[in-house]
Design a protein around this ligand. Structure first.
Ligand SMILES: [Zn+2]
Ligand SMILES: [Zn+2]
Length: 295
């Protein structure tokens, strides 16, 4: 199995000289199975560049798994050119929005309403199939088994675990390690903490032993206290999780859009040092647009 980063930036695309090394596009990862099956994780603006590389494979089967429907994870979809070409089969998987009671088909259709886009969803020429997937429902894409796990974010967010030929890649989508909502000393505190501890164990089990963990690490730890509850991880939290789950490599992603490449490297180096990361730990990397990883 191999994967390629096409978008590693969080929240909004930020092209420009200060982000040219790690990339300015929002979340999109191409995964290829052992039989060249194509799975795309999230459809941020990075999916547009990915699309330009697919023409030689038309007609093609494409399987897009959406972690959640915040703009930065779906904004590239209407411009995903394979959707406009007859003969292509495109399967789109994601969680149903249980608050607004919307299917995953609405994710695309609403982005292509008259006010926002020149073409309607029903004008797409490829064979489009939409799948509302349930919590912990497995999907088999040829040689790749895709499992999901609900992670903590201010909308339903699935993390995905892809297993193929004995190798495993895990992608969190957006995720913040949940905090106790009760103050220490509150009668509810310990029960809630026990629930959080269990949830953490289950999440680590979902990550367990991955050859590559791609994990939301939006915030520097100095930024995190003022952004608690916004739904994103920090460097210290991601390093701890990768260690506790015994993953081989961890790719930190969803880079904060205001951070330049130089600042990103600085925050990363400081975090490795502060956490005493050594050779017996997982190997840590900053996710970088255009980089292909073989697992
Ligand atoms: Zn995001
Ligand atoms: Zn989000």
């Amino acid at each position: 199995m191999q994967f390629t980063f096409w978008g590693v930036r969080g929240s909004i695309a930020v092209p420009g000289p200060s982000t040219v090394r790690y990339g300015g596009n929002t979340t999109c990862i191409e995964v290829r199975g052992d039989n060249n099956e194509l799975v795309i994780l999230d459809a941020g603006t990075g999916i547009f560049q990915l699309a330009q590389t697919l023409f030689a494979e038309f007609p093609i089967d494409i399987n897009i798994f959406i972690s959640h429907t915040h703009w930065d994870h779906i904004q590239g979809l209407p411009m995903f050119t394979p959707m406009f070409v007859p003969g292509n089969n495109i399967n789109l998987y994601g969680a149903r929005d249980i608050v607004e009671n919307r299917s995953v088909k609405d994710v695309l259709s609403r982005q292509m309403e008259y006010s926002y886009f020149p073409l309607r969803e029903n004008e797409l020429k490829s064979n489009m199939h939409y799948f509302d997937i349930q919590d912990q429902q497995d999907v088999q894409i040829g040689s790749i088994k895709v499992s999901n796990f609900l992670l903590n974010h201010p909308v339903l967010n699935f993390g995905y675990r892809l297993e193929c030929g004995g190798k495993t890649v895990v992608f969190t989508g957006d995720h913040e390690w949940p905090l106790n909502i009760y103050a220490e000393g509150d009668p509810e505190y310990s029960d809630y903490q026990a629930f959080l501890d269990l949830r953490r164990q289950q999440t680590l089990d979902f990550f367990r032993g991955a050859d590559a963990l791609i994990i939301d690490t939006a915030y520097a730890d100095s930024e995190y206290p003022s952004r608690q509850g916004w739904g994103h991880g920090s460097f210290d939290a991601s390093i701890r999780a990768a260690r506790d789950a015994g993953v081989k490599k961890a790719f930190l992603t969803h880079h904060e859009p205001t951070r330049s490449d130089d600042q990103l490297e600085q925050v990363f180096e400081q975090a490795l040092k502060r956490n005493g990361v050594c050779s017996s730990d997982p190997a840590f990397f900053l996710a970088q647009e255009g980089v292909q990883i073989e697992v």
